[in-house]
Design a protein around this ligand. Sequence first.
Ligand code: OOG
Ligand code: NI
Length: 466
Amino acid sequence: MNQAVFISPDLVSADSIRTKFSLAMSNMYRNEVPAYGALIDLVTEKNQAQLEAKPLLRQQLEKVENVETLSDQRHGAIRIGKASELAMMRRIFAVMGMFPVGYYDLSVANVPVHSTCFRPLEAKSIRNNPFRIFTSLLRLELIEDQQLRDKARQVLEARDIFSDQVRELVSVAEQKGGLTESQSALFIESIVNVFRWHKEAAISSELYKELLAAHPLIADVVSFKGPHINHLTPRTLDIDEVQTQIHTTGAVAKAVIEGPPRRKCPILLRQTAFLAIKEQVHFTDTDLSEQNIAHAARFGEIEQRGCALTKKGRDLYDNLLVKARGITRPLHDGSNKTQYISDIEQVFSVFPDDYAQMREQGLGYFNYSLTEQESGDDNLKDCDIEHLIARGLVQFDPISYEDFLPVSAAGIFQSNLGEQGDQDFSQNPNQQQFEKELGTDVADQFELYEQMQQSSIDHCLKTFSS
Ligand code: OOG
Ligand code: NI
């Protein structure tokens, strides 16, 4: 929308729609995948125990976020099949205050998709509710077998994953600048329906097997009538502890935690998951009573987030990760897990595990705020932020990383895809094409963190300059 629209007072905020949507997704997924409900309960219980045992941690968290909703889920993921679906997703997520940030090329990891993360952009909206959706678009053009590519394209071209109600409500929101309470309830209900599981496949079991052989991910996207949410992810305060307990949900834990090793001062994002459950699917050529093909797609994940890194910090992280994985590549069966953990910890020992040092070396982004200390009568008008910190008037806290990590995402994809199929995909980014199909450019994560940091600095300086 280019024109300024008149926002009527009976419209609800995009943040509140996102919050209700996240909750509705959680309820739907708990019902459909009971192990996910068990995982949320486990995470909630462990987070509660941490908060009770560590009042200091609670205090720190309260400064930057809403502790009441700590154990709510933080992200989910969908995989979609064609450009028009991606463009519509962009419009849908915008109604909930979620905008595309970052471009992820997963072909490097032998997964034929490229992705973005739809998420809130501003500190205030993130604090209200950080829920984000990792959204991947299948890249049919990467399938070598032309016949198979054409068959898959035909199936996808024929499908329409959005109801008329979805389209109408999105148009209303765009025209009016938002939705009323009752429209938003209808909107959430109709969007949750888009992401439901469909037991009845859109294709024959024969085509399913062909697609599966090409790549399990292609089968997952093409076979179904809609882009089922493939996982949701609550946030844990101690991912190492919860990892050892995932089996109590009745599911099987992924072998290793993705991302940086355990640290005193967490950085970026650590994730682990339970492996996808196998679900019976009815194909167009199978009798409903003949249930012999089980598809593994839906799983549950947990995440622990830490400090967002600057370009310099991120380059260091990426280099250390490559080095660690060069020494020991973690195997899916977990057989070299102990070795991998010891190697990655060793390699990362050069990354300072201290926020003050990370800040001094320009590795992380921080939020600056005033301390309780009185400034006295001194004239601090032209002081810079370092001086104010040295005087104890300003403090800094890490800005939380809100995005994803491509190597970790690939690890999550792969742990659930089983055998990788016949074809090797090689690195093949095409951000331009992705943005064209999305209908807009994706935002740059570094710019967003930089702005958050700078506005906190400006706020502090302004206080002393008047
Ligand atoms: C998405 C995997 C990426 C994460 O947490 O890194 C992701 C997928 O499997 O579709 O969600
Ligand atoms: Ni995930």
